[in-house]
Each structure stands twice: as structure tokens, then as C-alpha cells.
Design a protein around this ligand. Structure first.
Ligand SMILES: [Ca+2]
Ligand SMILES: [Ca+2]
Ligand SMILES: [Ca+2]
Length: 169
């Protein structure tokens, strides 16, 4: 709810100062108005809020996906809110930047933040890698038109990169 209030606030501010601003809401009272670095995203990337997004056409392990994103000046997507979650629904299941490799059950984003808001589908994460001949499931992916599931990191999926399109705060 507070996200909607802040977005409304952003609209009003923009009317006054006429600068291309975007809004980063980390929590209700942890909010930044930041300036876009560019009005557009690179070809092949989708613009949404303060970031640009890229869905890979290839598939690979979670590590391969992350490496590819870094090569593109981005990283695997960090899903910060419901709007971003909806945006990331794709026709392909895809890796996101969320892992519990370090400590089982303690999910962390690639930007170093802990997972607070989550969109797991029912009965996930189950760390049930045995179904795939692996020991564990430590990498999260977004299912087609659904929420998240954990899978063995070596599994081959597409991936979603996110590139910040604003000056850092
Ligand atoms: Ca994000
Ligand atoms: Ca796990
Ligand atoms: Ca699972």
C-alpha cells in the first residue's frame, strides 16, 4: 500500500520539478527519489521503473546466467516489490538473483540483501533436489506465470538480468 502512496507522491513532485525521477522503495519509510541515468534502455531490454530488464534467449546454469548478466553490465534480477514480480512473469521459467547457497534456508539476493518479501509457490522452497539427482536446491527461479521455486543451481534455465537505470543512492 505504501508503494502506491509513494508513487502518487512521485507524480506530484515530477509535476513541479520536471526532472526524470524514478522511485526506489526499500520499505515504507526507506524511500529514494533518484534521477534516471538514461531515458531509454539498451536495445532488447525492457524499461520498468528505475531499471532495465533482459530475458535471455539461451539457457544455462544459475552461475552461467549470472556471469552473462555481469558481462552485460547488469546482474540477475532482484525482485523488490509486487510490480517487479508481475513484470518478471515470462513465457519461460527463468533464474532470478536469489540463492541459499551459503546457509540452507537463508535466502539472499545477489545485491547482498536478505529476502524479506517473497513470492514462493505453494510448498516451495523444498530443497528437494533429489528429484533431479542433485543434493540440494539452492537457486531460485520464477515459474511461468507463477511465483518462485528452488532448483539445483546446475539445472538449465533462461535468466532475467536487471540493470539499474539511475544514479546510485
Ligand atoms: Ca529490482
Ligand atoms: Ca536450499
Ligand atoms: Ca523446489
Amino acid at each position: 500500500i505504501c508503494t502506491a502512496i509513494w508513487y502518487d507522491c512521485l507524480c506530484k513532485i515530477q509535476h513541479v520539478i520536471k526532472l526524470p525521477l524514478c522511485l526506489i522503495v526499500r520499505s515504507c519509510f526507506d524511500v529514494f527519489f533518484v534521477l534516471y541515468t538514461s531515458k531509454t534502455c539498451p536495445t532488447g531490454w525492457n524499461k520498468f521503473s528505475c531499471s532495465c530488464y533482459f530475458l535471455s534467449t539461451k539457457s544455462g546454469s544459475w552461475d552461467e546466467g549470472r556471469k552473462d548478466c555481469i558481462t552485460r553490465g547488469a546482474d540477475l534480477v532482484v525482485i523488490n516489490d509486487k510490480e517487479e514480480q508481475v513484470l518478471c512473469f515470462a513465457n519461460e521459467a527463468a533464474w532470478i538473483g536469489l540463492i541459499d547457497k551459503e546457509t540452507e534456508g537463508s535466502w539472499k539476493w545477489v545485491d547482498g540483501t536478505s529476502m524479506t518479501l517473497s513470492f514462493w509457490v505453494d510448498n516451495q522452497p523444498d530443497n528437494g533436489g533429489k528429484d533431479y539427482g542433485a543434493k540440494e536446491e539452492d537457486c531460485a527461479h520464477i515459474r511461468t506465470g507463477e511465483g518462485w521455486n528452488d532448483l539445483p543451481c546446475s539445472y538449465l534455465l533462461n535468466w532475467i538480468c536487471e540493470k539499474a537505470n539511475h544514479f546510485t543512492v
